[in-house]
Design a protein. Structure first.
Length: 207
């Protein structure tokens, strides 16, 4: 089984290729505004390092949210382009779930992505990665209230001021891919971004 993993939902490019339960190539790099320019060439390099071609892929896993509006679209576009060409399905996953899976903590887990202005994209998972609170766009102080009375660790790559132990997010791509290896994919046409937060235009229009 040859699987490509893509996550461009933040300022980072997290991507890797797993072949028969072995991570053969990966990239974890922060590109910020250069992400749209760097993502595809860097993913092409992963195939070169893995010594395979895209035609040999069996599965594509892509993070379809939540996070950066622009970033999410970059990863989905790349995944769809490859999947259409190969006529294979895509397995879309939550970036917050990927964060929880990557953590080795034995406590409750609270993955966080800064959504600015005091808000975050967040969720709460137990030690077995079952969602106690599903992905949501929420005021940080409100989420912290929901986390009270739990032995919980926050997982994030953002500079958030919170009174919790924080684990820096370092995606375990092999662990994520293995977690979803039996998940059934969907037609690329059906893969859409999950933003959670309304766009600024939608908010102004009261939608």
């Amino acid at each position: 089984m040859k699987t490509l993993y893509i996550d461009t939902s933040s300022d980072y490019l997290y991507s890797g290729i797993v072949i028969d339960d072995i991570l053969v190539s990966e990239i974890k790099n922060k590109y910020e505004k250069d992400l749209s320019k760097e993502a595809l060439p860097k993913i092409i390099e992963l195939f070169e390092q893995a010594k395979i071609t895209p035609k040999e892929l069996d599965k594509i896993i892509v993070v379809n949210g939540p996070g950066s509006f622009t970033g999410i679209r970059i990863g989905i576009t790349i995944a769809k382009t490859i999947a259409w060409a190969l006529n294979i399905d895509i397995t879309p996953i939550s970036g917050l779930t990927a964060m929880a899976i990557s953590s080795s903590t034995s406590t409750y887990k609270m993955p966080l992505i800064d959504a600015r202005r005091g808000y975050v994209y967040g969720a709460i998972y137990d030690k077995d990665n079952n969602a106690i609170l599903k992905d949501t766009h929420i005021e940080l102080k409100m989420l912290l209230e929901k986390a009270k009375a739990r032995d919980i660790k926050a997982i994030t790559n953002n500079n958030l001021t919170i009174n919790l132990e924080i684990e820096k997010y370092d995606p375990d791509i092999l662990k994520i891919v293995k977690y979803f290896e039996t998940s059934k994919g969907i037609n690329p046409h059906l893969v859409n971004p999950i933003y959670l937060k309304k766009t600024e235009a939608e908010e102004k229009a009261g939608l």
